[in-house]
Design a protein around this ligand. Structure first.
Ligand SMILES: *Cc1c(COP(=O)(O)O)cnc(C)c1O
Length: 370
């Protein structure tokens, strides 16, 4: 039997998520050693040392189910951000949280609005539940925020069937951002029955004083959900832990459909410890600032330009089709990220690595382009 006949139409038409190539995969394929991966916006400094210590203790309890309520982590988040624990929803990575949000608010006959060049998970979770995607034009290539979110264009896509708007600040794969006044104007203009999902996966990296803190806006906007993650600056991508902060009312709905043990015990322990590791977060942000500059200067020296970015990556315009360059870099043991699936066929996204990794990546890029 052909499964096509019975698979949900929406699922049959889904384009799967394309993850960064794992180091072991490239090792297997090309037999290379000394591979560097700058493809998934991971923390090059590794995981928070406090998190690593917490894992040692948590290992003795592997035979127990995790605390399905994530009590300690939600308490810690609430304490740190001046929220109530009841406002927090934990996820198996923030992608899980985005999926919970889609399943809570979307169904067939309604739609979600997001931008061109927005994070790839938004269309997947929207389509997976049979809802429509309404895609707003991003800013043009010659704008100060090339391919960035045009908040007015997003608003213009909202209709009576819109339940959700997904925005990321800063955005992946562009690194572009919007400042506090623009976000406030936007939130004030969004109809109150439309829920805004503000994805702040990279917010801890941003050092700009005019950059908005979504958590500080929750009290003012009951239709706002902020999602954050332990995968990026906290260095815990492999453990899968993220969270949403919202009104307690929204959190109650999200938690109704959450799998009871969606965040495992190691992830809970590590995330709770990492949250208190201000020193590691600060070191990581400083390291990133220098690395971003190293990559930006290096790219400029090759007469190329990167999109403006306040995240931990830079997306570079190669002025030519990027796929062959990506493939040639792989042969040199350098994994970066093609972004043709985001409508940017001439760009490559490069995550900030250790200084030596950045140097090697830039040197390999220079050789490939020569
Ligand atoms: C990396 C990233 C996430 C985080 O994903 P996790 O599931 O928490 O690992 C969320 N949103 C954006 C825009 C990202 O780039």
């Amino acid at each position: 039997m052909k499964m096509e006949a019975v698979v949900c139409d929406a699922v049959a038409h889904l384009t799967p998520y394309l993850p960064g190539k794992p180091i072991e995969t490239l090792q297997r394929e090309l037999g290379l050693t000394e591979i560097i991966k700058l493809a998934s916006n991971e923390n090059p400094l590794g995981a928070s040392p406090l998190a690593q210590n917490a894992l040692t203790t948590a290992l003795t309890e592997l035979h127990r189910y995790p605390d399905g309520s994530g009590f300690l982590l939600r308490q810690a988040l609430a304490g740190k951000f001046n929220l109530q624990a009841g406002q927090i929803t934990l996820g198996n990575g923030s992608n899980d949280v985005l999926d919970l949000i889609a399943r809570t608010f979307l169904t067939t006959g309604c739609n979600a609005v997001f931008s061109e060049q927005a994070f790839a998970i938004y269309p997947i979770v929207t389509q997976a539940v049979g809802a429509q995607a309404r895609v707003a034009k991003a800013y043009p290539a010659d704008h100060a925020m090339p391919y960035g979110h045009d908040l007015d264009a997003l608003l213009a896509q909202v209709d009576e069937k819109t339940r959700l708007i997904f925005i990321a600040n800063p955005n992946n794969p562009t690194g572009t951002w919007f400042e506090r006044p623009a976000l406030l104007d936007f939130l004030q203009a969004v109809p109150e029955q439309v829920v805004v999902v503000l994805d702040e996966a990279y917010t801890e990296y941003v050092e700009d004083d005019n950059f908005p803190d979504g958590l500080a806006l929750l009290a003012q906007f009951p239709n706002l959900i902020v999602s954050r993650t332990f995968s990026k600056i906290y260095g815990l991508a492999g453990l899968r832990c993220g969270y949403a902060a919202s009104s307690a009312e929204i959190a109650d709905y999200l938690n109704r459909i959450r799998q009871p043990f969606n965040v495992n015990s190691l992830a809970l322990a590590a995330a709770t410890a990492a949250l208190g590791d201000d020193d590691f977060v600060q070191r990581s942000a400083e390291h990133n600032r220098l690395g971003l500059k190293q990559l930006r200067d290096g790219v400029r020296a090759l007469a190329l330009s990167g999109l403006p970015s306040v995240a931990n990556f830079i997306t570079v315009d190669l002025n030519q089709v990027a796929q062959p360059v990506f493939a040639a870099l792989l042969k040199k043991g350098v994994i970066v990220r093609p972004v043709a699936n985001y409508g940017l066929p001439n760009h490559l996204r490069i995550s900030v690595g250790l200084p030596e990794e950045n140097r090697r990546c830039l040197a390999a890029l220079a050789e490939v382009l020569a």
